[in-house]
Design a protein around this ligand. Structure first.
Ligand SMILES: Cc1cc2nc3c(=O)[nH]c(=O)nc-3n(C[C@H](O)[C@H](O)[C@H](O)COP(=O)(O)O)c2cc1C
Length: 242
């Protein structure tokens, strides 16, 4: 019988999100290995009782559970926590059979610092342990917004065209290649029923550009965004002061 994976896509931004982009990339690699994937968007699943039950049944039948979620205020968002609560409750009520299952998680942070994801990944680990699911590890992604804009395979193709001396090679090509190789290796291990070695995941523990460049980029982007909305001259307004 084919192995099965339940993909919990936990961003309210749907197809435009990093959680979707990176998670679906893993899903495509799992499918290449013959693993059957069932995907559940957190928002639609929580809104609909039938869909919630379908998700529980899928978890019951699955060998692998994949969570891909944004990081909100250094934490997993409400919907991700709610999904974990529902699954834990189903375990406690004996609705799920005894079976070897692995949990793998992707935590997507907007800031550069991958380590902002560490506490959330620990919480996913705890969720696994409480429910007798094997914690297989997680990807701490920094600057995840890049991958919401450009899915990894397409991004790598685009970056191939950069001249060798282009500084974007350091801040985009290098990190994306490392991320791609960690993802591929994770999928290989997980599809063989193995956890992902800690040393492999540790390869993501780096900051791809100086923090000042990131802050300067954001500071420059702010007036540009305001201009698009015709609000450039309103940035210093204090509407709360009459
Ligand atoms: C309400 C809210 C809180 C956020 N808090 C953080 C945060 O604490 N740290 C961080 O690095 N990014 C934070 N972000 C940015 C998101 O983590 C980032 O945009 C990420 O790519 C979202 O994932 P998604 O594209 O899958 O929705 C926050 C975004 C929102 C909307």
């Amino acid at each position: 019988m084919s192995r099965q994976l339940t993909f919990l896509m936990c961003s309210p931004r749907g197809d435009k999100s990093a959680s979707h982009s990176i998670g679906s990339y893993l899903v495509s690699l799992f499918e290449e290995k013959g693993i059957v994937v069932k995907t559940f968007g957190a928002y639609r699943t929580l809104k609909n009782q039938e869909k919630t039950e379908e998700m529980i049944k899928s978890v019951n039948d699955s060998d692998i559970i994949l969570i891909s979620s944004p990081l909100y205020i250094d934490q997993a968002p409400y919907m991700t926590i709610k999904l974990m609560d529902i699954i834990s409750e189903a375990f406690q009520q004996g609705k799920l059979s005894n079976k070897t299952r692995h949990l793998f998680a992707i935590s997507n942070a907007g800031f550069l610092e991958y380590y902002h994801n560490n506490i959330t990944l620990k919480i996913y680990e705890q969720f696994a342990k409480q429910n007798d699911i094997i914690w297989a590890g997680g990807l701490p992604i920094g600057a995840a917004g890049t991958y919401a804009q450009y899915p990894i395979p397409e991004f790598l193709k685009m970056l191939e065209q950069l001249p060798e001396e282009d500084p974007r090679n350091e801040i985009y090509t290098k990190p994306t290649k490392i991320l791609d190789s960690v993802i591929r290796s994770s999928v290989n291990h997980l599809s063989k029923g193995e956890i992902v070695p800690r040393d492999e995941l540790k390869k993501l523990e780096f900051i791809p550009m100086p923090l000042e460049s990131y802050v300067n980029g954001a500071n420059n982007g702010w007036p540009q965004a305001a201009e698009e909305f015709g609000a450039k001259d309103k940035l210093r307004d204090k509407p709360y002061e009459r």
